[in-house]
Design a protein around this ligand. Structure first.
Ligand code: G7M
Length: 376
C-alpha cells in the first residue's frame, strides 16, 4: 500500500498504487526508459497519470570488493554479488550476452503520480507534434498573456512549498527575504538518490513574476542571489563544484511562478533543449546590458499539438502548414500575373517546392519518433 504524504494542513488525495487500472499508454520513451500511463484508481470518474522511469545507475552499485574486504559489513548493494541471477542468451567466441536480475535493492523504479489528472495534464504527457513560435512582445501581450491568465496549471503545489505546507522536509536551502529570497528543493523528477542526476528547483518567494517575460533590471539582486546562494548550498549539501551546475529557466514554463531549474552539466536532464531553456547567467547578463530586454525581445518557444494556444497562434499566422514563401525574409510585393517569379522558378516548380516544404513541416511520425516525442 502506497499512501501519498499528508500534512496536517493540506490533504492530498489517497490511492493505492497497486490498484491502478490502465486505460491507455500516453508515451513510451525508449531512450529515457520511461512510460507514461493514463488510468484510474478506485473512482472511474477520476483520471490518473502514472509515470514509471528506470533509475539511473549509481557508481557505487557497480563497485566490487577485493577478497580481503569481503568479510566487512555492512555491504552496499552491488550488481556483482551472489544475489545476481544470470540467464545466458548466448556466448560466441569473445562475446557474451546475458539477461541479469540484480538484488531487490537495485530493482527500484521511480514512479510519479498525478491524481486526479486534468485534460491539460493528459495533453502534456501525450505523444504529439511540436511547433516553434516566435513570440514578439506584441504577440505576448495580445495572445500568450490573455491565454495564460485564463488557462494555466494550478500553482497550489508551489504555494504549499513556499508556505511550508508540503515538502518541508525536502527543503535544501531557504532565504526568507520577500524580495530576493527563494526555496531550493528537489524537483519532482529527481529520484533523490543519485547525485549524477541531481535535479533541484529554486522557487522565488516573490509572487508577481510569472516567467522570464516579466523579468527586468529591478530583479537583478534576486537573480544574483538565486545564482550564488544555490551554488553555495549545493556545494555544501552535495559536494558538487558550482562550475559543474547548469541553471536555467524554461520558456514557456508549465507553471507561471518564477523558478530556476538546476542540474549537473554532465547529465542530459529532460527539458534542457535550446528551444526551451534560458541560462540564468545569460538572463542576468542580458538584464545588465538592457534592463527591459525581456519586454523587448522576441522569444521563441515550443507549442504542441492539442494545446489551445497553438490554435490561437494559427489564427494569427500559418504554423501547421508553411506557405510557399514562408521564410524569414519580408514578404515581397505581389507579382503581376505574367511576371517571372522573382527566384526564377516556374509555377509548377514553385508548387513542387511548396509541397516539399509542407512535407518537411508536417511529417508523419515514424514509430520510433512517436515513442520519444512526448510533450512533457
Ligand atoms: O516547465 P517548468 O519550468 O514550469 O517546470 C516545472 C518543474 O516543476 C518541473 O521540472 C516539474 O518536475 C517540477 N514540479 C512539478 N510539480 C507539480 C512539482 C511538485 O509538486 N513538487 C516539486 N518538488 N516539483 C514539482
Amino acid at each position: 500500500m502506497t499512501e501519498p504524504v499528508e500534512s496536517s494542513e493540506v490533504k492530498s488525495p489517497s490511492y493505492e498504487l497497486s490498484k491502478f487500472r490502465l486505460k491507455r499508454i500516453l508515451t513510451n520513451n525508449t531512450v529515457r526508459k520511461s512510460i507514461s500511463l493514463l488510468g484510474t484508481f478506485d473512482d472511474p470518474a477520476d483520471d490518473a497519470i502514472v509515470v514509471l522511469e528506470k533509475n539511473a545507475y549509481r557508481e557505487s552499485e557497480v563497485a566490487t570488493e577485493s577478497p580481503s574486504e569481503e568479510s566487512e559489513s555492512p555491504k552496499k548493494p552491488s550488481y556483482f554479488s551472489a544475489d545476481l541471477k544470470v540467464d545466458t542468451e548466448f556466448v560466441n567466441n569473445i562475446y557474451g550476452s546475458y539477461q541479469v536480475v540484480p538484488s531487490r535493492d537495485l530493482c527500484g523504479v521511480k514512479c510519479t503520480v498525478i491524481y486526479p489528472a486534468t485534460e491539460k495534464h493528459i495533453e502534456k504527457y501525450s505523444v504529439c507534434q511540436k511547433y516553434l513560435i516566435r513570440e514578439t512582445p506584441d504577440l505576448y501581450q495580445r495572445i500568450t498573456l490573455p491565454y495564460l491568465t485564463s488557462s494555466q496549471f494550478s500553482l497550489e503545489w508551489v504555494y504549499n512549498i513556499l508556505e511550508h505546507k508540503q515538502e518541508k522536509e525536502r527543503i535544501v536551502f531557504e532565504d526568507k527575504d520577500p524580495e530576493t529570497g527563494f526555496i531550493l528543493l528537489p524537483d519532482l523528477k529527481w529520484d533523490g538518490r543519485n547525485i549524477e542526476s541531481l535535479y533541484l528547483l529554486g522557487i522565488v518567494h516573490k509572487h508577481d513574476i510569472k516567467s522570464l517575460r516579466d523579468l527586468n533590471g529591478s530583479h537583478l539582486d534576486l537573480l544574483r542571489n538565486l545564482r550564488q546562494s544555490s551554488k553555495d548550498a549545493i556545494s555544501k549539501s552535495y559536494g558538487i563544484n558550482p562550475n559543474q551546475l547548469r541553471m536555467y529557466f524554461h520558456y514557456q514554463p508549465s507553471f507561471y511562478h518564477l523558478h530556476v531549474h538546476i542540474n549537473p552539466v554532465r547529465n542530459d536532464a529532460p527539458g534542457i533543449w535550446c528551444e526551451k531553456s534560458h541560462m540564468l547567467d545569460t538572463v542576468i547578463n542580458n538584464l545588465e546590458l538592457m534592463p527591459d530586454y525581456y519586454q523587448r525581445a522576441t522569444l521563441p518557444f515550443v507549442l504542441y499539438e492539442g494545446n489551445k494556444l497553438l490554435d490561437l497562434y494559427e489564427q494569427e499566422q500559418p504554423i501547421r502548414v508553411v506557405p510557399a514563401l514562408g521564410d524569414d525574409r519580408e514578404q515581397p510585393e505581389k507579382e503581376s500575373a505574367d511576371a517571372e517569379p522573382a527566384d526564377g522558378f516556374s509555377d509548377e516548380e514553385q508548387e513542387e517546392r511548396q509541397c516539399k516544404r509542407i512535407k518537411l513541416a508536417t511529417p508523419e511520425p515514424t514509430e520510433a519518433e512517436a515513442t520519444i516525442q512526448a510533450c512533457a
